[in-house]
Write a protein that binds this ligand. Structure first.
Ligand SMILES: Cc1cc2nc3c(=O)[nH]c(=O)nc-3n(C[C@H](O)[C@H](O)[C@H](O)COP(=O)(O)OP(=O)(O)OC[C@H]3O[C@@H](n4cnc5c(N)ncnc54)[C@H](O)[C@@H]3O)c2cc1C
Length: 390
């Protein structure tokens, strides 16, 4: 049985970072993955340019059953540390919007950077390796693959979440956690487009391709000011992806299409203008037509509306309600909410409290960031922290 100091399962964002850091400390590290390529999600992220971190990373940008958990790792390995690594490797990048940092050229550069860090640290990477069984072996672990049996002092699970099963996502990490008696919180798709109820589909489907800036609000009052995109399947765009992580089945989402007060000003400025004409100056024309049709708002000159009618229209436009039929699910979700309960882990090292030398990092843990580079930063931070101690 070949003996390693550290085995890391999952050659994605968190696993690569952890393996490189552990290797730098002189540990003999084996990084295993069942896929045939390293860092596949990194490669397809950010439209192929990888939104690798965000200038404004802060604990409030993460959903977690135990919100304080993320503070330690994010403070110990920050966005500035990862930016310094990117700059050390001479990778050109830019801020796209809202602090989101992307490669100028290609996500491949981030993968190449992490692979180089692993190579320089003497890490062995083995792909196309199926893991059949993991068992306790003294203070360490025995890992049986389809080819051989391996032992290690520290085992790091970095196998990610359930989104995009086509590119290698698997429930491996959750099952392993349960095997060792750790609690796993229910999982669901996050950062995912909504599908529509049949009655909405009929009227909203023709809007496919229409996009506009909105503020999306979930029932718990969380708000995101980003764009909304109507699609053939439902609604998407950054505002929808963000709010989807805060949405529970059966709930409504509200979209502020126009800020309250705008219409009252319109009546004062253009009393003779028809509602439809006035609205079309502020919203996409196709959306205005659909709203009129769906809500049966009459169309007459603004001065003919009585205050009660104007207030009702303002209410509608400042909090347009939509009850999604569901989400597109793991097929298109960027992340998985839920996962290994953080109460089971040390926030400083990511080690399981009741299973010494077993670590969970990255998306397999019940930590989910906002859209915008926050999820990779969580993978880098947790991977780095574990890498210092395994
Ligand atoms: C389309 C898309 C775009 C995204 N864009 C961004 C973005 O721009 N910015 C951002 O911050 N986040 C983005 N994300 C989210 C981000 O990719 C993840 O949060 C991040 O990759 C999680 O890192 P991880 O190391 O935990 O898991 P992963 O990167 O998913 O790596 C897990 C690895 O484990 C391997 N594995 C799984 N099961 C097994 C098994 N049984 N045996 C062996 N190996 C296994 C997988 O093959 C994979 O290589 C995006 C996600 C998707 C799907």
């Amino acid at each position: 049985m070949k003996a390693w100091d550290v085995i890391v399962i999952g050659a994605g964002a968190a696993g690569l970072m952890c393996a490189a850091e552990a290797g730098k400390r002189g540990r003999r590290v084996l990084l295993l993955d069942h896929g045939k390529r390293i860092g596949r999600k990194i490669l397809m992220s950010g439209g192929g340019r990888c939104n690798f971190t965000n200038y404004f990373v802060e604990p409030a940008a993460y959903l977690c059953g135990n919100p304080h958990f993320v503070k330690s790792a994010l403070a110990r390995y920050t966005q500035w540390d990862f930016i310094a690594l990117v700059e050390k490797h001479g990778i050109a990048y830019h801020e796209k919007t809202l602090g989101q940092l992307f490669c100028d050229d290609s996500a491949q550069e981030i993968v190449d950077m992490l692979v180089k860090e692993c190579e320089d640290a003497g890490v062995t990477i083995r792909l196309r390796t199926e893991i059949l069984n993991v068992e306790r072996l003294g203070d360490g672990f025995m890992v049986a693959t389809a080819n051989d049996e391996l032992s290690c002092q520290s085992l790091v699970v970095a196998s990610g979440g359930l989104s995009m099963p086509k590119i290698g996502a698997s429930p491996f990490g959750y099952k392993l956690a349960e095997q060792f008696g750790l609690k796993v919180l229910p999982t669901r798709a996050g950062l995912v487009p909504f599908t529509l109820q049949p009655e909405d589909k009929a009227t909203l489907e023709p809007l496919a391709g229409v996009s506009l800036p909105v503020v999306a609000e979930s029932e718990d009052g969380t708000r995101f000011a980003e764009s909304l995109l109507f699609t053939h399947r439902g609604v998407s765009g950054p505002s929808v992806l963000q709010i989807s992580s805060y949405w529970q089945a059966g709930e409504q989402v509200h979209f502020e299409l126009l800020p309250a007060g705008g219409l009252a000003q319109g009546v004062a400025d253009s009393p003779n203008q028809e509602l439809k004409t006035w609205l079309s100056r502020h919203l996409p024309k196709r959306l205005v037509e659909t709203l009129l049709e769906r809500e049966q708002i009459g169309n007459k000159p603004l001065k003919q509306y009585v205050p009660k009618e104007l207030a009702a229209i303002e209410r509608l436009l400042s909090a347009w309600p939509l009850k999604p039929g569901g989400t597109e699910g793991y097929r298109t979700a960027e992340v998985t909410l839920g996962g290994v309960d953080t109460r089971e882990l040390s926030s400083k090292t990511m080690m399981a409290n009741k299973v010494p030398n077993l670590y969970f990092i990255g998306e397999v843990v019940d930590v989910t960031g906002w859209l915008g580079g926050y999820n990779f930063q969580w993978a880098w931070s947790g991977g780095w922290c574990a890498g210092q101690v395994v």
